[in-house]
Design a binder for this molecule. Sequence first.
Ligand SMILES: Nc1nc2c(c(=O)[nH]1)N[C@H]1C(S)=C(S)[C@@H](COP(=O)(O)O)O[C@H]1N2
Ligand SMILES: [Mo]
Length: 231
Amino acid sequence: MSDDADPPSSPDAASPPADTKLTVTKRSWARQGKFLTGRVTRPEEDRLPPGQHLVRDWPVLDLGQQPRIPLDRWRLDVDGLVEAPVSWDWAAFQSQKQTRETTDIHCVTTWSRYDNHWEGVATRDLLDVVMPRADAHFVMLHSYDGYTTNISLEDFAAEDALIVHSWEGQPLTREHGGPVRLVVPHLYFWKSAKWLKRIEFRSFDKRGFWEENGYHNHADPWKEERYSADE
Ligand SMILES: Nc1nc2c(c(=O)[nH]1)N[C@H]1C(S)=C(S)[C@@H](COP(=O)(O)O)O[C@H]1N2
Ligand SMILES: [Mo]
C-alpha cells in the first residue's frame, strides 16, 4: 500500500471537513495574518521575558531633564569610524527612507508594553548611508539631555531597530524622547536613547550612563541581563 493511497471511501470523504472548530479558527487566523509579523518572531510563550509584567499605558522614565529641541535647531550627527559622516537637519532626516515596525518594549524596571507602532529610519538604512569602517565594532548614543548609552554594532544593526520620530501615527512626544529617539526592541529600554543627538561609531566599547551606574553592559531581557553584577 503506497503512502498516497486514497483514504477509505465513505460518503463524507470526498470533501475535507469545512466547518470544524479548528478549520474555522485557522481560516480566521489566516485572514488576520496571525503569526505573520514580517519579522523574526519569538514563540508566543516567550514573548514576555522573565520577570516582566504587561502594562497598557506607556510610562515615562528619564533623568528628569526633558530637553525642548525646536525642529529648526534639531540636528543628528553620525560620526566616528564611518566613511561618510552626516549631520542631518530635520528635512534631511525626513528625506531618508522611512520604515514602520510594530515591536514590544521591555524596561528593566519590569514593565513591558506590546505592539508599539513606530515610524522612522531603520538603523540598517543609516548604516548604508554612513558606511562604518572595518574597525567600527561599537556605537555610543549621545542625547540632548547629556545621557549616553553604548551598544555593539551588531545589536545596533538589528533588523527591527529604528531611529523613530512617530509612535502610533503621531509625532513622538517630548516626554518620550521627541523629536527623535532610538528604539532597539530586543534589548532593555534604557539602550533606546531618547532625544537622540549623536551616533558615534567606535573601535572599542565604553560604558554609557546606566552601564557605569550598575546596569548590565548588554541588556538582553530574555537572559535577564539587568545589572552589572550579573555580567
Ligand atoms: N536621553 C535619555 N534617554 C533615555 C533615558 C534618559 O534618561 N535620557 N532613560 C532610559 C530609560 S532608563 C528608559 S526605561 C527609557 C524610558 O523611555 P520612556 O520614558 O519613553 O518610557 O528611556 C531610556 N532612554
Ligand atoms: Mo529604564
